[in-house]
Design a protein around this ligand. Structure first.
Ligand code: GLP
Length: 241
């Protein structure tokens, strides 16, 4: 795992956007798995700007889901699908047959998980995954204590996640479960980038990087990935020894 620390959220986001663009330039048919949330927002804005400036061709690139709130419809502005469509797929004009997201309203969530696992396998695996980190150490919706042997699965959301997650929604919603890729996917992904910024992430970043490697802090498992990169701004890195 490599650690990169930037002086600001802006320079950090520039670097992550450049890493994604280089991946697509190197391999236009890449399979990308990109997180939602506040952390990667600027990355996506810059990615769109840069991609348009160099006329980057995304027509062969595939996008797979990282996670979704179970029971939240895709037209709710707090859903992961809404976020990615608004900030990435729409502006980059990605064709819908290249977008593979979880259906969080399905009545057969087990089949939904199996279908996502099949899609990823059929595409030859994920080339690049960009994840954030929750203040409880979660990655996607791999919550503290999760089994690291899982592929796609549904999980009971941690109380912290249920509380913090309200920030994405205009009105209070019940968010009790999440559907997410599992650590087996993360382990098999060719390159994993984690992005964290701001002082609110400083404590969990120290735990992730300097504490025990344990599923109690799921992000710490990334330290065992041979091609993982952690992008921090100076605020998130404040407590590191
Ligand atoms: C959310 C998502 C994660 C995200 C993380 C951090 O609940 N499920 O995929 O990376 O929590 O979010 P943020 O970047 O808004 O801090």
């Amino acid at each position: 795992m490599k650690l990169l620390i930037f002086d600001s959220y802006e320079t950090q986001s520039q670097a992550v956007a450049d890493a994604i663009l280089s991946q697509v330039a190197r391999k236009p048919e890449s399979v990308l798995c990109l997180a939602t949330g506040d952390s990667p927002l600027r990355t996506y804005q810059l990615l769109v700007e840069k991609a348009k400036a160099v006329r980057m061709d995304f027509s062969m690139t595939h996008f797979v889901a990282l996670d979704e709130w179970v029971g939240i419809p895709p037209d709710n502005s707090g859903s992961c699908k809404y976020f990615l469509t608004k900030n990435l797929f729409g502006p980059l004009a990605i064709s819908s047959d290249r977008i593979h997201l979880f259906d969080a309203l399905t009545s057969d969530i087990k089949s939904e998980c199996a279908a996502m696992d099949d899609i990823i396998q059929d595409l030859g695996g994920i080339d690049l995954m960009l994840v954030g980190i929750g203040i409880n150490g979660h990655v996607g919706f791999n919550e503290p204590g999760v089994s690291t042997e899982l592929y796609s699965h549904v999980i009971q959301l941690d109380e912290v996640t249920q509380k913090v997650g309200q920030k994405y929604f205009k009105e209070r919603v019940e968010i009790k479960e999440g559907i997410t890729l599992g650590f087996q996917h993360i382990r098999q992904t060719k390159m994993v980038l984690l992005i964290a910024n701001g002082s609110k992430k400083a404590e969990i970043i120290t735990k992730m990087l300097e504490g025990e490697i344990t599923s109690d802090c799921p992000a710490s498992i990334l330290r065992k990935h041979s091609n993982s990169y952690v992008y921090l701004d100076s605020l998130a890195a404040t407590n590191l020894s």
